[in-house]
Design a protein around this ligand. Structure first.
Ligand SMILES: [Zn+2]
Length: 385
């Protein structure tokens, strides 16, 4: 692991890490990496950040593609009150159309597009807009052909002919992965027209503390650090939305002249909150170890087959018998995750006495306490906090 000496956003010197954990680490696609996890929190702009991953290139070339080739099982965003599934890209498309408020015939670029499902859905609703796509890989051309003109597709590098061209650029869940987020924003700024609009989405670590230990998320933005990054890159922030997509920021900004480099308000509070999240993870290691010892030899289950549940499974490996993951997502039920079956919680077998709760700790107790099927049963719930 290559340590980092200065902040990826503001360039300030970084001191001692705020968090260190021994290997293994967990990736955003829930694979294990033989690497320690290290987090630094910048005292000047509150940006939390991890050193570059070992073999980052190999990770994106091979492993990461596996999840991108997977079907939509991991893309369920929510289930509405009528029981209808809401898919992530549909939700992103709706937020993007609303926040970008595109003029008729607007030229729009999806930057770091991958398959660009979000833009494809936007074009479905707004056939007047002119889609363009860019990615640092040529693997996705199959998904662009047929609805993005060949000369509106760019891979690896952006031609100078695109500079100053676009009315709007959007980039969904890409900037958290990049080692140089300021260079990333500078390139987006260069392809926008003066007054052009940017929509950026990324995880909100303070709304979803699990993001802090995702090893391939080199950046964990806070509201002040993304504002700082945008203002220093020649953007004026219009709206910073942290509610429409729980656990994520959707930020709209307008290209303007110059770049501010003064820290924005709210830094001290955001630094404090990042430190609390790091302490939460240190404590979670200890709580899990104690619970694991208590549950030795028992059949256990893990509630939640997402990132938190996967982290618990990784930590428990070889110590207790994990009978199942329990998850409400119907697209996961009936599959295996990390070699363990994923079941509807209603199918929990009677022999299980201990349930490790693998949910966002900000919501975990409310979710479990709201489930009637666990009431009256002799179960021990293990919480991460
Ligand atoms: Zn900084």
């Amino acid at each position: 692991m290559t340590d980092i000496a200065s902040c990826r956003v503001c360039g300030s010197a970084l001191g001692e890490p705020a968090y260190c954990a021994a290997a293994p680490a967990l990736t955003s696609i829930m694979t294990t990496l033989d690497s320690e996890t290290v987090v630094h929190v910048c005292p000047r702009c509150s940006h939390a950040q991890c050193p570059n991953m070992p073999d980052i290139q190999a990770f994106y070339d091979t492993e990461y593609r596996i999840s991108l080739e997977a079907d939509d099982h991991d893309q369920l965003f929510a289930v509405d009150a009528q029981g209808q599934p809401l898919y992530r890209t549909d939700h992103q498309a709706a937020i993007s159309l609303r926040m970008l408020d595109l003029s008729p015939g607007a030229l729009i670029l999806d930057y770091g597009a991958a398959k660009s499902d979000t833009l494809r859905k936007m074009v479905g609703q707004r056939p007047d807009i002119v889609p363009h796509v860019f990615d640092v890989s040529s693997d996705y051309a199959f998904a662009w052909d047929g609805w993005v003109a060949p000369d509106h597709q760019a891979t690896y590098t952006i031609d100078a002919g695109w500079h100053g061209r676009f009315d709007a650029v959007m980039s969904h869940f890409a900037i958290e992965h990049v080692a140089e987020p300021m260079a990333f924003l500078a390139q987006i700024r260069a392809v926008l027209k003066p007054g052009g609009r940017l929509l950026l989405s990324m995880p909100d670590v303070q709304g979803n503390p699990g993001d802090m230990i995702v090893i391939d998320h080199l950046n964990h933005f806070t509201a002040p650090s993304i504002r700082h990054a945008l203002e220093a890159s020649g953007f004026a922030v219009d709206v910073l939305n942290d509610t429409d997509f729980p656990g994520a920021f959707f930020v709209s900004a307008t290209a303007c002249n110059g770049g501010a480099t003064e820290p924005v308000p709210g830094v001290a509070e955001a630094v404090g909150r990042n430190d609390e999240i790091c302490r939460f993870w240190e404590k979670a290691h200890g709580l899990l170890k104690q619970a694991r010892d208590r549950a030795a030899g028992q059949r256990c289950a893990i509630y939640g087959a997402g990132f938190y549940g996967s982290w618990i499974a990784q930590q428990l490996e070889g110590t207790v018998e994990i009978a199942a993951f329990l998850d409400l997502n119907p697209n996961l039920q009936g599959r295996e995750h990390l070699g363990v079956p994923v079941l509807n919680p209603a199918a929990l077998d009677e022999g299980v006495r201990t349930i490790f709760v693998g949910l966002n700790p900000l919501k975990a107790r409310a979710i479990i306490e709201g489930m009637p099927l666990f009431r009256g049963r002799d179960l021990e719930f293990v919480w991460l906090d």
